[in-house]
Design a protein around this ligand. Sequence first.
Ligand SMILES: [Zn+2]
Length: 188
Amino acid sequence: MSELRRGFKAWCERAAAGYRRDLGLRPEDALNPLRLAGLLSVLVITPEVLTGLSASAAQHLCVTDADSWSAVTLIEGSKQLVILNPSHSTARKNSDLAHELSHIILEHKPTQVFLGLNDALLIREFDRTQEAEAECLSSVMLVPRDALLALVPINDDEIAAQQLGVSTQLFRMRRNVSGVERQLARRW
Ligand SMILES: [Zn+2]
């Protein structure tokens, strides 16, 4: 995480709190990234509904090569679309979509752009710093400090993760890096 600039994590917590407030969520509520996409006017689609994508390409993305990709952002004029791989678990889809939306929120400029369908741009590559930033923002939006403070004292990691719609692994990562254990220990 050395790629992150000073103060970035704190900025993520504030940004996450703002978006979660706009969505009417309590700290312990799951953030559904589909609702966040709606708030950002970003359309989320699965490959099957993409016009211009051949049946064999859709089949390839959804079935044959389904494990190898998560989500792709497509820019069509002023519109931004995220193509989400529908074949993964809900927790994985939530984190994949939150990750793509984080790139959009942070106005990241991709290092490599592929010409996609119908003159739209398919974005695939970001630099390491941008990837680290998107990873940080998305994980904080899904598991903010306030959620950890509310859930860690009363729930097992598995149950808390389920409540937030994330993997236990992501919940534990946030629990470990956020420093909430220390903060909670001081309360006793
Ligand atoms: Zn990324």
